[in-house]
Design a protein around this ligand. Structure first.
Ligand code: KIV
Ligand code: ZN
Length: 388
């Protein structure tokens, strides 16, 4: 059975760049956009063109540069935003305008001091106006996570009629639980007229650490686009991490969903974004963190040395990491010491290993990690020379 494609909509350069202190210049954005295109993302959200002259210039330059992906610009639901976005996207091979408005009670009341019916009118007008510039119009119902499902369905039915091609259901505040978000997508699939002619998109924030789980629940219930960022960066606690959703779909083939991403480029793309933004991810970050394939306890090291699959569900090579690492600490056993010693040139006999191991433990107890230099030193002290 052929797999269903999930489109990957990357918003590293828009939602991701909203992170304080992570501002990029146009040149840096171009390098990242080119890399995202090679990585295989389907859509690059290049920026919010009306937000500043710099953002306009970047979106325009990215639109000129990108060869394969759709290039998208964000707008609010007003004519000026849409005109400026259309202008910034005029050189794109595949342009998309991403327009929308808040639909939850708190957005309608506090942001717009408006009513549900008036918000629907504005949504229709925005989509219809965007449609006069580009064929591909994505509509976002901001704070859909906290929007009443019946009202949300009404909004979406109207914007489909106005010409929307993609419907974004953002959990803007990262509030939903996975079953709740999945049920929302299912409800929309079952209750919105015309929904089968458009793509439903998941845009989840990570305020409760659920952005990835919610996006996966969304595609399990019929959404076919995930909006995400490299390293999960983004407003507040961030967005769904691209590398996480891509690898979840790859590692669970029975879901029958896949993406166009070349996973072997995930690690290097993550490094590029970390370096450009000056934002280093935590070592235990899933998929691309420095410890994602590092084993430090004796029991785990022994298993991994015998067979990687005992403690690894992903082949590191699949995400562009050269190999798993065996980190030597006071928790390491003889197998790990022998393995690391061999890697730096010493093939130890059982007697040598039995002699050295207590010395190794003594040393390791006073150091966070035992590195290659320390191994050489230990061998020298014991008059062990390198194997031929
Ligand atoms: O989180 C959100 O609701 C957004 C929209 C502007 C798409 O980023
Ligand atoms: Zn967002």
């Amino acid at each position: 059975m052929s797999k269903n494609k999930v489109q990957i909509f990357d918003t590293t350069l828009r939602d991701g760049e909203q992170v304080p202190g992570c501002k990029l210049n146009t040149q840096q954005k171009l390098i990242i956009a080119e890399r995202l295109d090679i990585l295989g993302v389907d859509v690059i959200e290049a920026g919010f063109p009306i937000s500043s002259p710099g953002d306009f210039t970047s979106v325009e330059a990215i639109a000129k540069l990108v060869k394969n992906a759709t290039v998208c610009g964000l707008t609010r639901a007003n004519q000026k935003d849409i005109e400026v976005a259309a202008d910034a996207l005029k050189y794109a091979k595949k342009p998309r305008i991403h327009t929308g408005i808040g639909t939850s009670d708190s957005h309608i009341l506090y942001k717009f001091n408006s009513t549900q019916d008036k918000i629907i009118e504005r949504a229709i007008q925005a989509v219809a106006y965007a449609k006069t510039f580009v064929e591909d119009v994505e509509f976002y119902a901001e704070d859909a996570g906290r929007t009443d499902n019946v009202y949300l369905a009404r909004v979406l039915e109207q914007v489909i009629k106005a010409g929307a091609t993609v419907l974004n259901i953002p959990d803007t505040t990262g509030y939903c639980l996975p079953d709740e978000y999945g049920a929302k997508i299912k409800f929309l699939k079952e209750n919105v007229k015309g929904i089968d002619n458009v793509i439903l998109s998941c845009h989840c924030h990570n305020d409760l650490g659920l952005a990835t789980a919610n996006a996966i629940a969304g595609v399990q219930n019929g959404a076919r686009q995930i909006e995400c960022t490299i390293n999960g960066i983004g407003e507040r606690a961030g967005n769904t991490a691209l590398e996480e959703v891509v690898m979840i779909l790859k590692q669970h083939p029975y879901l029958n969903l896949d993406t166009n991403i070349n996973t072997k480029l995930l690690y290097s793309t993550s490094q590029l974004v970390q370096q450009s933004m000056g934002m280093v991810v935590q070592p235990n970050k899933a998929i691309i963190g420095e410890n994602a394939f590092a084993h430090s306890s004796g029991i785990h090291q022994d298993g991994v040395i015998k067979n990687r699959e005992t403690y690894e569900i992903i082949d590191p090579a699949d995400v562009g990491v050269t190999e798993s690492s065996i980190v030597l600490t006071a928790r390491s056993g003889r197998a790990a010491l022998a393995y690391r010693a061999k890697n730096v040139g010493y093939e130890l006999t059982k007697i040598q290993l039995d002699d050295i191991y207590p010395q190794f433990l003594k040393f390791a107890d006073h150091h966070k990690e035992v590195n290659d230099e320390d191994i050489h030193h230990l061998m020298e002290l014991n008059h062990i020379s390198k194997s031929k």
